[in-house]
Design a protein around this ligand. Structure first.
Ligand SMILES: Nc1ncnc2c1ncn2[C@@H]1O[C@H](COP(=O)(O)OP(=O)(O)OP(=O)(O)O)[C@@H](O)[C@H]1O
Length: 369
């Protein structure tokens, strides 16, 4: 696949009855997760990039090429933009077989290794057995995988994925996620993913663009956004996840347990793994995910319990979220814990309170980075 490296620059406005869209952002090569409540303008953003919707003012450029410019009267038609667009429901050509749909994706390829690329793609997405079928006889998940393959085979300069995982079961998501990640790295192009599934997105990227009422309210790394109140105005608190980068300190295959080191002694976290399925080596980096409502806060260490992880820290901020209280805890690295307001009151949890964050190893989800 040809390596291209370039930014997607967008500075546009668009007016609809009751909705103003205004965006001035640069998307670097790599994956950016696009989040926002329903009607925030996520699909409008993707459609402006693909050429399906025309902004009223401004410009869009990709890798230094102008796709749209009001002042220069440029508006490259959709089919001439090197944009791969994968929709929630796939949108394949119904009268084409899977093979023909995939080959349609190769029409812009300049080299002649189409057959190899097709074979690699079908193997990777587990669709080789479907190659002679027609979209009408495929399941939603199968259609989605073919649509993804078709978009990638076109060697796009920009890849847009609109809710790409929603039709896939958990197993297929886990298969495709690393593949999307690998492709994004290899192609080195901007990839924008609209998804409501935060855990899947932050396994792919930590870069998020948050939209609200047609405007970008934040474009930053998830770890930084996690500690901003406005993330919780957009995301339900239950969807938020702690994401911590740690290092493997020791591996114990007998117990299926790895010990990870955070920052400094005493900041160790135990994670389970399946020996034989995953191989971890000392010193490798891991990303650990932990839901705020899977953390128990205690005023002291709890003896004689099954909690393998008890991290001491201090509350740096609290946020009222209706019946819940979000506590931002500094325990060498930042953690957000969610408790009921009643529990917060009884334990007198407030800024400065010393607490222990307790969580089971099984509450953690870890991926190698
Ligand atoms: N073709 C259209 N004509 C007029 N208004 C539209 C059109 N398409 C979308 N809108 C409006 O533009 C706004 C943004 O819509 P958009 O589809 O971009 O939101 P979204 O963030 O993708 O929402 P969702 O998560 O529900 O898909 C909404 O107020 C929507 O009603």
């Amino acid at each position: 696949m040809k390596k291209v490296s370039g930014c997607l620059k967008i500075n546009i406005t668009l007016q609809r009855p009751g909705f103003s869209f205004r965006i001035n952002e640069t998307f670097k090569p790599g994956i950016t997760g696009v989040f926002g409540q329903s009607g925030a303008g996520k699909t409008t953003l993707l459609q402006c990039i693909s050429g399906g919707v025309h902004p009223e003012n401004g410009y869009i450029s990709s890798n230094g090429h102008t796709l749209f410019s009001k002042s220069d009267n440029v508006n490259v038609p959709s089919h001439k933009r090197r944009v791969g667009y994968v929709f929630q429901e796939g949108r394949l050509f119904p009268h084409f077989s899977v093979r023909q749909n995939l080959l349609y994706g190769t029409r812009f390829r300049k080299n002649n290794n189409t057959g190899n690329a097709l074979e690699r793609m079908t193997g990777m997405l587990n669709i080789d057995h479907l190659i002679d079928k027609y979209p009408g006889s495929l399941s939603g998940g199968e259609r989605q995988r073919v649509a993804l393959g078709r978009a990638l085979l076109a060697s796009p300069e920009i890849l847009l994925l609109d809710e790409p995982f929603s039709a896939l079961d958990q197993e297929l998501r886990q298969q495709i996620i690393p593949y999307i990640s690998k492709v994004a790295k290899h192609l080195n192009i901007p990839v924008l993913i609209v998804s409501h599934d935060l855990p899947d997105i932050i396994k792919l990227t930590s870069r998020l663009c948050l939209l609200s009422k047609g405007e970008v309210v934040a474009h930053d790394h998830y770890e930084a956004l996690m500690h901003q109140q406005y993330l919780f105005n957009i995301l339900p608190a239950a969807d938020a996840l702690n994401s911590i980068t740690m290092e493997v300190k020791s591996v114990n295959p007998e117990d299926g347990m790895i010990v990870l080191n955070g920052f400094g002694e005493g900041r160790r976290v135990n994670v389970t793994f399946e020996p034989g399925v995953h191989n971890y080596t000392r010193g490798s980096k891991m990303k650990v995910f932990l839901r705020p409502d899977h953390i128990v806060l205690a005023r002291g260490r709890v003896e004689g319990s099954s909690f393998r992880n008890q991290l001491e820290g201090r509350i740096v901020e609290t946020f009222d979220e209706g019946p819940r209280l979000l506590c931002h805890v500094d325990c060498g690295f930042p953690l957000v814990a969610e408790v009921s307001r009643a529990a917060g009151r009884e334990l007198e949890l407030q800024k400065g309170t010393r607490v222990f964050c307790l969580f089971k190893t099984l509450a953690l989800d870890a991926v190698q980075v």
